[in-house]
Design a binder for this molecule. Sequence first.
Ligand code: FCB
Length: 478
Amino acid sequence: MLVHVLFAAVLAVGSAQTPANTFPDGFLFGCATAAYQVEGAWNEDGKGESIWDHMLHEHPEYGNNGDNGDVTCDSYHKYKEDVQMLKAINADVYRFSISWSRILPTGDIDVINQPGIDYYNNLINELLDNGIQPVVTMYHWDLPQALQYLGGWPNGLIADYFVEYARVLFDNFGDRVKWWITFNEPGVFVSGYAEVGTAAPSQPAPGIGDYLAIHTLLRAHGRVYRLYDQQYRATQNGSVGITLNIQNIEPASNSTEDLEAVDRYMQFEDGIFAHPIFSEDGDYPAVVRQRVDANSEAEGRPRSRLPTFTQEEIEYLRGSADFFGLNHYRTYYAAAGETGPVPSKRRDSGAYTISSNENNPAGLRKILNWITAEYPGYPIFVTENGYGDSGGLNDTGRVEYLTNYLSALLEAINTDGVEVLGYTMWTLMDNMEWTSGFSIKMGLYEVDFDSVNKTRTPRLSAYAMSEIFESKQLPVLN
Ligand code: FCB
């Protein structure tokens, strides 16, 4: 355990801990990262190009300062150091993602890249040797570019490729990986098919391509869950879920219109993914179906821009998760109104956000309760939550943010009775924050990107989390 003095200066730890300050037995603490953001080695040892490699090489202007993930934290070479950093903060779990094109450079199983398999085997074994369980995201936004040349997620066939990729993962790593997340934040990565320059592949067909992508990835998720059920669960005995980013939405005013806009916004952003998987009825939320169908008809289209599931698809998707992965960062304020291009998902929703607030821990508690009420019966794993700033080791803002959000999480568990399995904060170390590049710092460890060794240094927040992760208790604030 790291010894420190700074943390004690910020938070005075009370001697008599009450149960209200204590996380349940078996609660899992750790950190999250993603392959493109930390690995580097973008074309080493047979790795294929991903859509993020491709987009930021072709269009450096979409990024910050021309930043990209070519080298970033160099975790491909420094994973042993990363594991020691996790151990130093008493992490129970490490959530990382697998780069599809590092394992399958063509996206298909015609080429299985052994050095890629070796890398993840080494990482997994190193974690387990140090008493840390892997939580593995199969897809954190980095589609093999070879599959983008086939159209990427809007092409329904990509679901077949994803199922084959998942089979390779279960076959090679499933003996040791017990926590699987199919997709990270689909709501964000489908915007790569709706907008220019915000997310790869930047192939905009708003209100069409993003719905097609949603349809494909949901089918892919359901099929991978059923594959695990039928061929792996009995021997591997793990859990399979999906991670959605659900922010807390408050009405911009007290008007009935804005109050109604909150629910519509959430159904278009969150329910569109959660309802087919976690609701009792399955399928897309009624309000989404009805509004996109009506707009498509009014536009004179022969079909809805939102595809329809077959009955068989509805059935295999319904209940296709062992847990609900939640990424939560902040609160947004939503208003009623038609904004965004014609057509677009935003316009279909008839709602938009006007501002946000990152300092509202009560929002996390509210969302945990919302999920439990909307989709009862699924334990929640908080797979991301974290704080960005411009750097510095004395990150009191991050300590405060994390402690306050953990406190709200604990209230949801201990007072409201929400079942939460664990919490992997974002993020272990500063990394490549997508189109924001290296300008935003979110790590418990600072990374010196100018140094050859990509030197990692613990921040105040690393010491703070090491205490919480070890004691499974929150400090009592003075
Ligand atoms: C989430 C992403 C993650 C990271 C954090 C800050 O939306 O899943 O990769 O960028 O935001």
